[in-house]
Design a protein around this ligand. Sequence first.
Ligand code: NDP
Ligand code: BG6
Length: 607
Amino acid sequence: MSSLPTPSMLRGLRKRVSDRGGDHIDGAGATDAGTSRCSSRDAEREDMETPQACGGARRGQRALVRSTSASSAISQLSLLSNPNLSLLDSDVKIVEGSKDYPVIIVVVGASGDLAHKKTLPALFSLYYHDMLPHQFAVVGYARSKLDREKFHDVVRSHLVCRITDRDTCERKTAAFLDRCFYFSGQYHDREDWRKFHEWLTEEIEWPMIHKQQQRLIGANGDGGGGGGDVQTERVPGRLFYLAIPPSVFADTLGGISSEAMAPESRGAWTRVIVEKPFGRDTESYEALRDVVSSCFTEDAVYRIDHYVGKPLVANLTTLRLGNFVFDVLWNRHCVESVQVVFKEDFGAEGRAGYFDSYGIVRDIMQNHLLQMMSIVAMDPPASPMAADINEAKVKLLRDMRPLRAKDFVIGQYDRYRAEQGVPPGSTTPTFAACVVQIDNERWRGVPFVMSAGKALDEKKVYVKVTFRETPNHSFVPEELQDRRNSIYIEIQPRPAVELSFISKVPGLTGRVVPTKLDLVYNESFVEEARDMPDAYERLILDAIVGDRTLFISDEQISRAWSIFDPALKEMESAPPMQPALYAYGSPGPILPETLIKKFLAGKMSSS
Ligand code: NDP
Ligand code: BG6
């Protein structure tokens, strides 16, 4: 960082702070010696000896009690999780209001695939678009021994400027890297987390506070790291993004909560972003949940399903609930079937070790497809706020009939067993399709087909709502009588909404043809589509500003497992269900339409 204070400046600043009996150095900031970092951490040591993965929640509660005297003053300082934000609030507006709240984003597992491909580029893009707080730092944490320069090289190689001239791109890249740091540590080692906390406080946090101090006392200006209208000092919030395998979640959460929390007593928050997979069944999810909840309160945990942040998925709610024409059609009287389909044109190459122990049902269906289906099928929430949307989704998940193996068709692409890391006789499905039934007034009897496959003939994700047969055939030529109106929503790669219907061709003939009305994002939102944010950008930004609307609650995940558990158990218990082999690059063993026909003809046993 170009304007880092010297160690002696920092010592002077720290002394001034401690002379005043606490860490707040603004006149208004109430201080409470009992809440200072050192004393509170010392008092907390006993918790580290507990056999639990962590004692953070209890400790958090104690910290809260201890800091009560300061809480009214510091409440102005922190940007807490905000339950009042709703789907309709504009990111830009919220972000403008939050820019004066500094943040440190710690990417745990910064040497890995997700961090390189998604998390770090998303953070760069947010910075590029001026959406991050004025003061921020990105800190990589992983076991790999990298120095800052090497970390920069790796990060740089994954950054992309979506639209820009080369000069701006280079300037912004350099400025972003200037805010990127790296710390090498083990996930299970509390001592490493303790050292990390100290390093973070000394090397990152204090310089940020120092800059604010400089601004407050009018000395030397912002120096490039600060900005905005700061009236009081703000200790940076810490957002831990866990880009690590589930096997090290518990140790990591324990290390963070016992050693590396932001000082809550000084108004700073700590949040963790947790990635799917959230366990591999109810039992393992509950074990994970117990660890998480012993370390963090629910409102500090942001469970990401990146599909929920995709622009078209985010638009599903508006589309169906904000438009009268769709709203009135959205029920069993009008809808014949619904498809939620995920197709990838590549296999498990490079990730087969992970994939083989999860399979397509856990990797895609239980989370991404179920989330999309929930948005399509939930009853209208009472409001666009997070709590109401969650309630509507949970109710729907409760109404879904648990799945059995007989509801599924599963497949495996022919080359799968040759992938590195796949055991010879693996029966892990790389394709699965099933019919989900919803036992409520709105949807009883309507088949919802979920279909997901790797190594198929194309890369495409879509939702298709097919309406019932038109009651009046007099205006429909015989050859088109099988056709149905449908709404097709392509999530990717070409975001679009299409309404299909038949139409008479103009002219003197009576020719009637299938046709459609469409909204293609690239054509209708030309400017925006050129620079469409990635789902991760939106979700990380939401976590920074405390907007939980698009994150997945504990209850949703529990319900999701109870829907899929019975089928998974049946499929995996000896002898396991055998997947049908399909050729790499083919459409897979069954098309969604075929499954729907079978169901409607009563040929599936799931009724
Ligand atoms: P990686 O396998 O790349 O692991 C990330 C980092 O974790 C590695 O760089 C390594 O860092 C450390 N690590 C890997 N294996 C172990 C191990 N056995 N024990 C301890 N540390 C280990 O994973 P991804 O980045 O692909 O995924 C991270 C998480 O995100 C997972 O939960 C995954 O399911 C989820 N996810 C990934 C997606 C993706 O596209 N990759 C998409 C959606 C979710 P080091 O050795 O330096 O400590
Ligand atoms: C991940 C799955 O969650 O989503 C991967 O683990 C899959 O198997 C990926 O490839 C698909 O995400 P996207 O955004 O590329 O469609």
